[in-house]
Design a protein around this ligand. Sequence first.
Ligand code: GCU
Length: 677
Amino acid sequence: DAWLRYAALPCDVRKAASIPAGIVALNDTETSPVYTAGQELHKGVLGILQKDLAVTSTPINGSSITIGTVDAFTSAGGALSELDLKGDGFWLSIKGDSVQIVGQNERGALYGTFQYLSMLAQGNFTEVAYASNPSAPIRWVNQWDNMDDTGTHGSIERGYAGPSIFFAEGLIVEDLTRVSQYARLMASIGLNGIIVNNVNANVNLLNSTNMAGLGRIADAMRPWGVRMGISLNFDSPRTLGKLTTADPLDEGVIQWWDEIATQLHDHVPDFAGVLVKANSESQPGPLTYNRTLADGANLFARAIKPHGDAIVMFRAFVYDNKINQTNWKADRANAAVDFFRDLDGKFDDNVVVQIKYGPIDFQVREPVSPLFGHLQQTGSVVELQVTQEYLGQQCHLVYLPPLWKTILNFDMKVDNQPSLVRDIVSGERFNQKLAGYAAVVNVGTNTSWLGSHLAMSNFYAYGRLAWEPTSDDVAILEDWARLTFGSDRTIIDTITKMSMESWPAHENYTGNLGIQSLTDITGPHYGPKPQSQDGNGWGQWTRADATSIGMDRTVWNGTGYSGQYAPEVAAMYEDIETTPDDLLLWFHHVPYTQQLKSGKTVIQHFYDAHYDGAAVAQTFPKQWEAVKGLIDAERYDEVAFRLEYQAGHALVWRDAINDFYFNMSSIKDEQGRVGNH
Ligand code: GCU
């Protein structure tokens, strides 16, 4: 149940609640999110307040919780003032024992219900009356689940919580209970869509048995207002359809996709859309046929267009993974803008471009992807990662919202106008109807969903931030901790302190000053392996040698990447004096003895930061001991085990990285710690 436990409030707290006499869900069709909301309220009130309320669909005057859409309220004779609701928004009014939850649509009514339940579960009985609207229309999850396993369960690329809840033995699983539970979690944080299979897509998902299976998945998620979509493999017309080409302008290929879109729509009438990874990391794509990426995206856009409002999410993660490091102008970070800049305006209106937050790949710190500033006639979706691929794979506690907020709050200053990333992905800055959020979540069959109890704060916070990106990351964390573990102040304070220290600590003991995560990038992306960054075609280079380190991405002397930003931002990164220390090595190639704004040299900062970060991780097991006895032993022990491991692994990180750069540079640590163990 994660944060939806509905644990009973203590008796004395319960006494303060004015409990309504019944629940009215103004729509009793079983697949309706309003019906679901009624059932969920029943369950929640029973758990939290220990009160068994009847659910009906007939309006009651007076003491009740009434849930419905604006239309349903109006037809039931409810007098509603101007509510100012956008798509999926809700109005919540709590006055004594009379509660009204009004959705702009059915999904909105369900979101309002979860909001009310979240207040109850936290013992918050405040009277309120307000409208709440999501910041952006697209608030999706991406799962990287594979269906090509012959074993009993499908694997998940970069998933750390066991096998797939969707796929097994190349098919869609029979029992979809977990799938509907997942949709419940998503709905409770305002998420409205999901892509269920890996971006490296298997064509067999489109065979007739699996199409029917997709219909079952969509049925399981629909009562929670979650719409389902899939990732497509560009080459499917050739590999599955046995055509001789997958050229997006070929008549036969167009017809083939039209037919697939029709079948998808037959099985999933409210199909959400398709996600496409093309011409990236050896995946096929339109460039293979000398067509543009827009030609490729529009092929799918036109196929799905006749069947409702489904969309194409075309990924900007397009790059060549065989670039040559001896060329100092070569730069993977340039790829997205190079590929997409001239395509703005060439995409159909049901296409959005999904952009990873940084130009490389979910690193511990990256500058914002400059592509957000270039697409003005096409909607942008920011791609985040809840699964901690490069950031400790859920074996390390890393609370990610502070990282995400550095991205969302960044001002791209396009055309000298305020251009915060969060206003670009809300659609506001460039007047786009379609825009929003996607996060690679990768839950698995593990009962904790992500394989780690504390990692779930990232999933919860993702939904909350996609709804309202200005929300405070500590407040979100406190809500999550209260809902997940209970209201005791020691629990809240302990989790908040450790979590808020975790990203800076992780950055310190892994890769700082913008050098990236320094993990094993040619292997599992886990553990320290700084030597793996260079000498290969992947382009996550550090260019470290005996005297200097960093990528020169300036226009005057380097790869030209800094010139991809609007002039004011470009000028800041172009000049070493105005580049923030935390991105220094991202933008500049400098001697190890280069002085930072702090007065330290680069190499001494490396040594100190790795010691500082590891020292913070050392405190986590001790901090956690404070909650012993305040939460159940099972979760206490599981978290304690992981924190103990993290404390040890942070030392491994510290020493591996420090020794590596000491050996490389032969520069001694001023404090005499490095090279002596
Ligand atoms: C990363 C990740 C891959 C994934 C790719 C993508 O490189 O390691 O597993 O396929 O991103 O986002 O497409």
